[in-house]
Design a protein around this ligand. Structure first.
Ligand code: GLA
Length: 523
C-alpha cells in the first residue's frame, strides 16, 4: 500500500500533467479561427433550418471574419472573452446611388462554446432566435460546382397570359408565415370579395413552403403545407388557379430548398400537384453562374422547357430583378410569360414611386404573353395613403403590369376593395390589344401618361408625385389624330362619372401623390 505522501506525490504529478494537457486543449478548443456552419430554425417552426456559413479569425480576444453564405460577403467583428462570444455584422456603407434606402441594421449573435459547438442567440427583427454552429471545412462553405446548362434555343410561346396575370401572392403580407390555412382563406376571400369575378384568378404561394427532398430526390413541402395536391384541389374547386415558387439555385432567397439539378423532376412534381403558375427566383444561382444574358437565358430556358414538357399549362414568371435586360428578348425566348424588371417593392411611397415611374420606357418591350413585372401590389397593406394606392393601381394598369395583390384579402377595408376592384381601371390593365403607355409630359414631379386601348379610346393618367396638391391639365391636342373634329366623351375612372373639359383641356387639382385617371372616347 502506498503511503499518503507517495499518493499525494503521484497525484500531484498526474494532476500537473492533466492540468497541462487540459489547459493546452482548452486553449486549442478556445481558438475559434476557422469555418463554421450555423443552423437556425426558420420562423414558425416549420421544421426547416436556415444555414449560414461564416469564417472567423481569432486574435487574442478579438474576432473578425465574414459571412460567406447566406448572406454573402458581409464582414463580422466580435469578441471572445471569459467563454462569452459576441459576433456582429458590419453593415455596408450607405449606397450613394440610393441615399433614400435605409441602411440594414447589424445582426448580432451572443453565446458560448460548448463541446466544440457555438451555441448562439440572435435578437433581431424576428425576435430571439437560437442556433448552433459547427466547424466545417472551407470546401463545405462553398456553393456546389456549376452543372452544365442547355444550349440556347427558343422555347415556343406557351400561349398563356394573353393579358397580364391577375391574382394574389403571399410574400408581401405573409413572407415566411404563409401556410395552408392562409392560402385556403385567401381563395375563399377571393371569391367572396368579388375579386375572382373581376379577374383575379391566381392564388400564388411564394417562398418558405419547401422542406427538402425525399429519398428519391422529390421536392416535398414542409409542415405548414401538409398536402399540396389537396390544397391545389381546394383552390381549383373555387374556380381559381394556384401558383408556387422555386429557385434555379440550390437555395431560395429565404434559404429554403431550390430546384438546382432537379429542374425536370420539380416541374413534374408541380404538374402532378396541379400547379398553374411558377415564380422562379434566381437567388443563390447567382453564386454559381455569371449573370450575363446568355447564361441567364440558359438557366431560365431549362425550367421553361421542363414546364412545357409536362403538358400542363403553367404560367412561367421569371424573377431575376431585371438583370441583363431580361425584357429585351431573352426572357421570352426562355419561355417566360412575365419577368420582374426591378428589385423588391416595399409598402411605402418612395419604393412604389421609384419602381413604378422607372418602367415607362420599358413598356414597348411587353406584348401579349410576355409582360414586364414591376413586382406585386402593396395595396391594402397599410404603408401608403389611399391616394398613393390609387396611384399604384393606376400606374400598374397603364403599364399593363401583372395585378398580383399582396394584402390580406380576408380583412380588406371598403377603401382597399374599391381600389383593387375598380373594374374600369382593371379594364385598362387587361386591354386585349396591348399598346404601350407613353409619356405625354413630365415636369418637376407632374407626370402625364397616355395609353391607347383596343376600342380606339385613350386613357390618360395625371400623376402628382410632389408633396403638395397641384393643378394639372391635359390638352385635347395631345389626343391621337382619330379624335380630331370628334365630340369627346370624358370619364373619370376613379370617380366613376362623366367629367368635363375646360375649353380645350381637361383640368384637375390632383392631390399630393395622387392621380386623376381619365378615359377619352371619340363619339
Ligand atoms: C425575392 C423576390 C421576392 C420574394 C422573396 C422570397 O426577394 O424578389 O419577390 O419572392 O425573394 O424569398
Amino acid at each position: 500500500m502506498k503511503s499518503p505522501r507517495s499518493l499525494s506525490c503521484t497525484c500531484r504529478f498526474w494532476c500537473a500533467v492533466f492540468l497541462l494537457v487540459g489547459a493546452s486543449s482548452a486553449v486549442h478548443a478556445q481558438n475559434l479561427t476557422g469555418y463554421w456552419e450555423l443552423r437556425t430554425p426558420n420562423i414558425n417552426n416549420d421544421g426547416t433550418f436556415r444555414e449560414t456559413f461564416f469564417h472567423i479569425e481569432q486574435a487574442g480576444e478579438t474576432l473578425s471574419g465574414e459571412l460567406i453564405r447566406y448572406p454573402r460577403g458581409i464582414p463580422i467583428t466580435g469578441t471572445y472573452s471569459d467563454g462569452n462570444i459576441h459576433l456582429v455584422t458590419v453593415p455596408p456603407p450607405p449606397n450613394p446611388a440610393m441615399p433614400q434606402r435605409p441602411a440594414r441594421p447589424p445582426i448580432a449573435w451572443d453565446g458560448k462554446l460548448e463541446d466544440g459547438k457555438l451555441q448562439l442567440t440572435s435578437n433581431g427583427r424576428m425576435g430571439e432566435v437560437h442556433g448552433v454552429a459547427e466547424k466545417v471545412t472551407k470546401e463545405a462553405t462553398e456553393p456546389p460546382a456549376a452543372l452544365p446548362l442547355p444550349e440556347l434555343k427558343d422555347v415556343p410561346d406557351s400561349g398563356l397570359a394573353r393579358t397580364p396575370p391577375m391574382g394574389w401572392n403571399s410574400w408581401n403580407k405573409f413572407a415566411g408565415r404563409v401556410d395552408d390555412a392562409a392560402v385556403r382563406g385567401m381563395a375563399d376571400a377571393m371569391v367572396l370579395s368579388g375579386m375572382r369575378d373581376a379577374g383575379y384568378i391566381y392564388i400564388n404561394i411564394d417562398d418558405t413552403w419547401e422542406l427538402g427532398r425525399d429519398e428519391r430526390g422529390n421536392l416535398v413541402s414542409n409542415k405548414k403545407f401538409p398536402d399540396m395536391r389537396a390544397l391545389a384541389d381546394y383552390v381549383h374547386s373555387k374556380g381559381l388557379k394556384i401558383g408556387i415558387y422555386s429557385s434555379p439555385g440550390p437555395k431560395t432567397c429565404a434559404g429554403y430548398e431550390g430546384s438546382y439539378g432537379h429542374e425536370l423532376q420539380d416541374a413534374k412534381t408541380f404538374a402532378s400537384w396541379g400547379i398553374d403558375y411558377l415564380k422562379y427566383d434566381l437567388c443563390s444561382d447567382l453564386e454559381i453562374y455569371k449573370d450575363d444574358a446568355p447564361t441567364l437565358q440558359a438557366i431560365y430556358q431549362q425550367m421553361g422547357e421542363a414546364l412545357q414538357s409536362t403538358q400542363r399549362p403553367i404560367v412561367y414568371s421569371l424573377c431575376e430583378y431585371g438583370r441583363a435586360q431580361v425584357w429585351t428578348g431573352w426572357g421570352a425566348k426562355a419561355g417566360g410569360n412575365l419577368w420582374r424588371t426591378t428589385g423588391d417593392i416595399s409598402d411605402n411611397w418612395e419604393s412604389m414611386d421609384r419602381i413604378g415611374f422607372s418602367q415607362i420606357k420599358l413598356a414597348p418591350y411587353a406584348s401579349p404573353g410576355h409582360w414586364n413585372d414591376p413586382d406585386m401590389l402593396e395595396i391594402g397593406n397599410g404603408g401608403m395613403t389611399a391616394d398613393e394606392y390609387r396611384t399604384h393601381m393606376s400606374l400598374w394598369s397603364l403599364l399593363a403590369a401583372p395585378l398580383i395583390a399582396g394584402n390580406d384579402l380576408r380583412s380588406m377595408t371598403d377603401e382597399t376593395k374599391s381600389i383593387l376592384l375598380n373594374r374600369e381601371v382593371i379594364a385598362v390593365d387587361q386591354d386585349p390589344d396591348y399598346k404601350p403607355v407613353t409619356s405625354v409630359s413630365t415636369d418637376s414631379g407632374l407626370e402625364v401618361l397616355m395609353r391607347p386601348l383596343h376600342d380606339g379610346s385613350v386613357v390618360v393618367g395625371l400623376f402628382n408625385r410632389t408633396s403638395a396638391p397641384a393643378a394639372m391639365s391635359f390638352p385635347r391636342a395631345e389626343l391621337p389624330a382619330s379624335f380630331v373634329g370628334r365630340k369627346l366623351g370624358v370619364r373619370d375612372l376613379w370617380k366613376h362619372e362623366v367629367a368635363q373639359m375646360q375649353g380645350d383641356s381637361f383640368t384637375a387639382t390632383v392631390p399630393s401623390h395622387g392621380v386623376a385617371l381619365i378615359g377619352f372616347t371619340a363619339e
